[in-house]
Ligand binder design. Sequence first.
Ligand code: ADP
Length: 304
Amino acid sequence: MPVIEVRNLSKRYGETVAVRDVSFTVEAGEIFGILGPNGAGKTTTVECVAGLRSPDGGEITVLGRSPRDPALRKLVGVQLQESELQEKLTVREVLELYSAFYPQPADWRGLAGDLGLGEKLNTYFGKLSGGQKQRLSIALALIGNPQIAILDELTTGLDPQARRDTWELISGVRDRGVTLLLVTHFMEEAERLCDRIAVIDRGEVVALNTPAGLVEQTATADQTIRFRPSAPIEDELLTSLPEVSRINRHGDRIEVVGTGNLLHAVTSVLASHGIVAVELRLEQATLDDAFVRLTGRTAEESPR
Ligand code: ADP
């Protein structure tokens, strides 16, 4: 049984259609990413899954229940954007307060340490930097030892090192069996962390696949191999391969453009003629390229 099931979700704010038609299912133990440009409807979607907003249409079940079922409060941890806490509570007080809400809370000291907040326990929330507030909000999403954690833009505002540390923490959380639903507009984050990704654009799912599957699904003839053959070769040797669409020569270097398992095809045929590809480079389509193909813009751009 899927852990989260969203079917034909729609939600508008007045005239603005935030979510037009979104469907996806999240299986137990996976990290499922929602990726899309600003304003695509990602936050609205996860807020509906978290029971914080009522959908206008469609159906959502979380662990077989309606998102607003009070029984879910102890099973689902939520980190949302711009979590606002009392300025005059210390980090320690916030963590103690939140652990008290749960029957089997996580070890909050360990969590604070893992998130680089171990030194900040006596600091007021109001005195934390943006990145520290962000990390505290992640701690609060995980403090109840939830079965599902919903994280929205979890590493926005963090420096590269803190971002990597957070990814490591999230992978560790998944390894303990927690299912994660995360919203991101960072391609690298989606690629590193997610088992599957739903790309949302203008309130609709435009693709749903593994990171590698998304790249494959949208990659056409855009793998390029460059090398210098150790001995002269005829064009025909390469152009006769079904994977090769064209070759270009630049002095003693050859550029081969093609699809499928291009690298294997090219290196095999060279090997069979006793030729070595020197200074071999492969350029492949990335998730960035896939995203641009699917949505017509980069994740940082706004659709409107
Ligand atoms: P994303 O998370 O992908 O950036 P959102 O779900 O936040 O997208 O927003 C989708 C659309 O709905 C945007 O056009 C946004 O301006 C609008 N929107 C979001 N929240 C509200 C709100 N509370 N009231 C009015 N419009 C909103």
